[in-house]
Design a binder for this molecule. Structure first.
Ligand SMILES: N[C@@H](CCC(=O)N[C@@H](CS)C(=O)NCC(=O)O)C(=O)O
Length: 331
């Protein structure tokens, strides 16, 4: 029944009646998982340096591995990076050895992708349970009704930032999050991701009918939809979100969504102040958060435009290389 009402809300939204209704808001929210995920095939660079937060949050000199204007072929950049930037945390085996990590997610949700970027970077294998955004039957067992939910050896963790903090503490029990160098900068930018960057994404990926369709093509292909839901959701969802995204633009005072996306990308590049990563020679949690939410849109038109029209491409490529391949394992 829920799925019927959810899809009905989309249809109402297309008719222009429901974008302000509670039902449509709920549906809109469900489809707002919709930053899109691209599979990353990157060479995995390993970190040979020792762990420790001073290192983790430390600063470094710039690597010679930068491409020019993001145009350096990735393979070249990746091999240079492997030599010049020891940006990958060592596998967690010595520090944190969970037996069973399960992520309840929407494949395209930016918050879920933040958590995945963290797990991938720290080489923590995880299973994924794709939640049906309409019925949510996969998370009926939980009182928490959003994703991501991470279950680590039976312990439920919710809210992406809280999950990441908890995991970080498990990996680095010797370090207090309150006493890290550059803690304020890291916190500031992680807050910027949650309070600003994620709000710029939806108006961009649903900006035009063709971009909305491109996005929903991804969502319905990778998400957990029944065949009927998939067919209906692709077209009605794209149409609904095209209109809803205009409302979101207003709500977040965005005049031109592409300009806002480019500005956000340049704001982030400025924050780097010439460093390889915000964390210096290695990504910190803010680097991973920005990368995580951008990864789903990177190969959509909005992400391609962003890389073409801003200076974020080099940093993105470094992050892609540092985070490496997905640690997702078959459930
Ligand atoms: N603050 C939370 C936000 C999580 C969130 O809003 N998730 C969305 C998906 S992107 C969600 O589950 N919305 C509820 C729904 O789909 O019904 C976090 O960082 O994890």
């Amino acid at each position: 029944m829920k799925s019927v009402s959810g899809l009905a809300a989309i249809v109402r939204a297309i008719e222009g009646r429901a974008v302000v209704s509670a039902a449509a808001k709920a549906t809109q929210h469900r489809f707002l998982q919709a930053a899109l995920y691209s599979s990353i095939s990157s060479a995995k660079s390993r970190c040979f340096s020792l762990d420790g937060l001073a290192d983790h949050f430390g600063h470094s000199t710039r690597s010679a591995a930068h491409g020019v204007g993001g145009t350096m072929p990735f393979s070249v950049a990746a091999s240079s990076l492997a030599e010049d930037v020891q940006a990958k945390e060592p596998p967690c085996s010595k520090k944190f050895l969970p037996n069973d990590v399960v992520l309840y997610q929407y494949e395209a949700c930016p918050f879920c992708n933040k958590v995945k970027a963290f797990l991938d970077y720290y080489d923590i294998p995880y299973k994924v349970v794709e939640v049906n955004p309409i019925s949510k039957k996969e998370i009926k067992w939980s009182d928490y009704k959003k994703v991501p939910i991470l279950v680590v050896d039976g312990e439920q963790m919710v809210d992406s930032s809280v999950i990441i903090d908890k995991l970080f503490q498990k990996i680095h029990p010797e370090i207090s999050l309150d006493s890290v160098p550059d803690k304020d900068e890291d916190r500031k930018w992680r807050g910027w991701v949650d309070n600003h960057l994620v709000h710029v994404l939806s108006p961009n990926i649903y900006r035009s009918p063709s971009e909305a369709l491109e996005s929903f093509d991804y969502i319905t292909t990778h998400g957990n939809f029944s065949l009927t839901e998939r067919i209906i959701a692709k077209y009605t969802g794209a149409a609904a979100m095209y209109f809803v995204s205009k409302k979101l633009k207003k709500k977040h005072n965005i005049t031109d969504e592409r300009v806002a996306l480019y500005e956000a990308a340049e704001t982030w590049v400025d924050a780097l102040k010439g460093r390889e990563f915000l964390g210096g020679c290695k990504p910190n949690l803010a680097d991973l958060a920005v990368f995580g939410v951008l990864r789903p849109i990177r190969h959509l038109k909005s992400g391609r435009d962003m890389v073409e029209h801003t200076h974020i491409g080099d940093w993105y490529t470094r992050l892609e290389s540092s985070v490496g391949e997905s640690c997702r394992i078959k459930a």
